[in-house]
Design a protein around this ligand. Structure first.
Ligand code: FES
Length: 358
């Protein structure tokens, strides 16, 4: 039996009745048909171009944060919209192309089939395959080389674009700078022997409010940022120090007499009842902004992780799996809190190279 005969038999066996079938273009090769074909191909090509634009933007667009008012801020601001638009438009264009192809080129057919329960027989399966092949012929796609090529182009470029999305984030080597790699240090790292103070945010950038022990009541918490005297009067550097995502630290004053279990090797990181922990949650990086003095718990509002201040900020509830990194602090001869060093472990969500410290 020829494939056509098998397809017909399949229809009969499946009790499919073709009510009507009208080819989109009964006479092949007309100008109207060519026009329809070109409009479908055009959308596939637009999809490919859009995906190429996405790949270029993903790799080359300036994505690093630029402060408001600085040159390049507008371009930085456009990074996410540009990659979102180009990727989304590429996918949308493929959708439009497929819809147009079905509407303009596929035959207009109405069939009715009776439904039966149970598995298919061998004959059913053979005839089904023949039917699918025949339907493929009926769509006339097989002879439309322009559409096949443009669809192939769009699919190939979409595959490349998706690959870029999946792999792009891990191409850059975060350890290229060795011990100086940004993941290993924060704005708390003392540089050129300069003292790093703990400063609170008053809402006025130029107002430098360094913190003293007497500024805090027992059982209270304050958010602090790194500050160096060399930054005084330099709005740009002050802003940078305050805006850095790994800079915020919670300075907590425990109630007198609170017993604390300290991590081995970090016994002297605190100053009396004062403890400083990174405010960046080790789950997904939200600010752990809430301190509950009654039971000494630090709470992250994003997914409800809780860290116990009396147990070296160990997570005791929620999805966070690692303790908050502790900043070593002391008080200098002027009576201000200062950082004794940078954090001794990476801040923020865990990553696989991070040594487990507990
Ligand atoms: S980011 Fe803190 S619990 Fe998820």
């Amino acid at each position: 039996m020829s494939p056509e005969q098998l397809a017909r038999l399949a229809g009969e066996l499946d009790e499919v009745e073709v009510v009507h079938n009208t080819p989109a273009f009964p006479i092949p090769g007309t100008r109207a048909e060519k026009r329809a074909e070109r409009s479908v191909a055009l959308w596939f090509v637009i999809s490919a171009i859009s995906m190429i634009a996405f790949v270029v933007a993903f790799i080359a667009w300036p994505w690093e944060y630029v402060n408001v008012g600085e040159p390049g801020h507008a371009l930085y601001n456009l990074y996410t919209p540009v990659i979102g638009f180009t990727f989304g438009f590429s996918v949308l264009s493929i959708g439009i192309a497929v819809i147009q192809m079905v509407k303009k080129l596929f035959p207009d057919e109405t069939s009715v089939q009776q439904r039966h329960d149970g598995p298919s027989t061998d004959v059913d399966r053979a005839t089904f395959l023949a039917q699918v092949a025949d339907a493929g012929k009926g769509t006339t796609i097989g002879r439309r080389k322009l559409i096949i090529r443009s669809a192939g182009l769009a699919a190939a470029v979409a595959g490349i674009g998706t690959g870029v999305v999946a792999l792009g984030g891990i191409i850059r080597n975060p350890w290229a700078e060795g011990d100086d790699a940004p993941l290993w240090h924060t704005g708390w790292r003392p540089e050129n022997g300069e003292t790093v103070y703990l400063r609170t945010d008053t809402g006025i950038l130029s107002e430098i409010a360094r913190v003293r022990p007497e500024d805090m009541e027992p059982g209270s918490m304050m958010t602090v940022f790194p500050y160096r005297e060399s930054e005084r009067g330099n709005e740009e550097e002050l802003l940078h120090a305050q805006r850095a995502s790994d800079a915020p630290v919670m300075l907590i004053r425990l109630r007198p007499g609170t017993e604390v279990t300290k991590r081995p090797g970090q016994e002297n990181f605190n100053y009396g009842d004062f403890y400083a922990w990174s405010k960046v949650c080790t789950h997904l990086g939200c600010p752990t902004s809430l301190y509950q003095a009654q039971d000494n718990r630090i709470l992250c509002p994003c997914h409800q992780s809780q860290f116990l201040a009396t147990q070296d900020a160990e997570p005791v509830f929620g999805p966070a799996a690692r303790p908050l990194p502790q900043l070593p602090i002391t008080v200098n001869e002027e009576g201000f809190f200062v950082a004794r060093s940078d954090f001794v472990e990476p801040v923020g969500p865990a990553f696989w190279e991070r040594p487990k410290t507990t």
